[in-house]
Design a protein around this ligand. Structure first.
Ligand SMILES: [Zn+2]
Ligand SMILES: [Zn+2]
Length: 361
């Protein structure tokens, strides 16, 4: 008789029957363990949340008053004999892989992850397990990231040239993760960093959490166009093509995403520049991460699950696809609109750029 697996895939999310908790559930449950604060993983409506302490303020900002318990990486929480501990996923600040152990059997839920150290998220740490539940957003060989320092050199040079050419610089990345990664890697000798309201709200939440970020200035009605033009503006995907962005004209607009690795992606987003920058593991990163777990079985939750599981089986892993509702902050079908739901508030509610900016010359 086959014994019940420690974690199962249900219509509410990944479930541990022995411990009576869910991991990243998408329907309301009593007990939720959350890998990170992106909207496709952290839903509103659970009775109790467990997450990493660096996710705390962003979760409260996005979900409002919730019953939230936070832990450090490596700390153990027991639920009905099942031990739960969080390990760095390297995806965004506060992101965690969830390790679940019961009677010597170990499962790890990766959440979203990347293996490159981005300098702001605690670097990804491989965790040994029997069963590994992995994302594979970029599980196709065409996705190979170059070291981020190269991409940031391109970004900083582009910004510098824009200043020389009298253009404002608008750089787009989603508000939790990418925006801070960009911020921390900009060459501040070029000028000042301005932020869209959605991004500044997230920055403020992280600062309340004790995260040290470079100085930023929120774009408001009082912002002066000529001043803003000498700096760089970090904006979310939801601002692309809006009146808010048009106020910065003339500008050059750069888009940061893993999808920029494929031809046509830049044109589809009407961007002047596409920068390949992702908070997910690339093809090699996924394979090395899966290999490092030493697992017997891999379950693929979101991304190119069919292609990637076929490949893993060919090279000797025991892999299969599972159906979940994850995928969002960098889902191609969701961009650029995806960011709006991801930001925990609609674009419409964000501080509009005032007439000052349009009028002052
Ligand atoms: Zn994510
Ligand atoms: Zn995700």
């Amino acid at each position: 008789m086959a014994k019940k697996p420690l974690l199962e895939f249900t219509d509410r999310g990944i479930y541990c029957a022995q411990g009576k908790f869910y991991i990243d559930p998408w329907k309301p449950v009593d007990d939720a363990v959350i890998t990170h604060a992106h909207a496709d993983h952290a839903y509103w409506g659970h009775k109790h949340y467990l997450a990493h302490h660096l996710s705390r303020e962003v979760l409260l900002y996005r979900l409002g008053e919730i019953n939230l318990q936070t832990v450090e990486y490596g700390e153990t929480v027991l639920k009905n004999g099942v031990s739960i501990s969080l390990y760095p996923a390297g995806h965004v600040i506060g992101s965690a892989q969830i390790r679940v152990e019961y009677k010597g059997e170990v499962w790890v839920v990766s959440g979203d992850y990347k293996v490159e150290n981005d300098g702001i998220s605690t670097p990804f740490e491989p965790v040994k397990c029997h069963h590994f539940i992995s994302e594979c957003t970029f599980g196709m060989p065409v996705y190979q990231w170059k070291p981020q320092v190269q991409t940031f050199n391109e970004i900083n040079n582009w910004w510098h040239n824009n200043i020389e050419n009298g253009l404002a610089t608008v750089i787009v990345g989603y508000s939790l993760g990418k925006a801070q990664r960009i911020l921390q890697n900009l060459d501040l000798f070029n000028g000042k960093v301005y932020t869209h309201g959605v991004i500044e709200n997230t920055n403020e939440a992280l600062r309340r959490n004790g995260v040290l970020l470079n100085p930023t200035e929120r774009i408001t009605q009082e912002s002066l166009k000529e001043e803003v033009r000498k700096g760089i503006i970090i904006a979310p995907p939801s601002s692309v093509g809006t009146a808010w962005m048009r106020k910065f004209q003339p500008y050059s607009f750069g888009y940061c995403s893993g999808w920029m690795a494929i031809r046509g992606a830049k044109r589809r987003r009407a961007a002047d520049r596409g920068f390949v920058l992702s908070d997910h593991a690339d093809w090699d990163g996924l394979i090395s991460a899966i290999d490092a777990t030493g697992c017997e079985c891999v379950y693929l939750t979101h991304g190119y699950t069919a292609t990637f599981s076929r490949y893993l089986n060919e090279i000797g892993f025991n892999a299969r696809e599972v159906h979940t509702l994850y995928g969002g902050e960098e889902d191609p079908s969701n961009l650029p609109e995806g960011e709006a739901s991801n930001a925990g508030e609609s674009e419409k509610k964000v501080l509009p750029l005032g007439e000052n900016l349009g009028g002052v010359s």
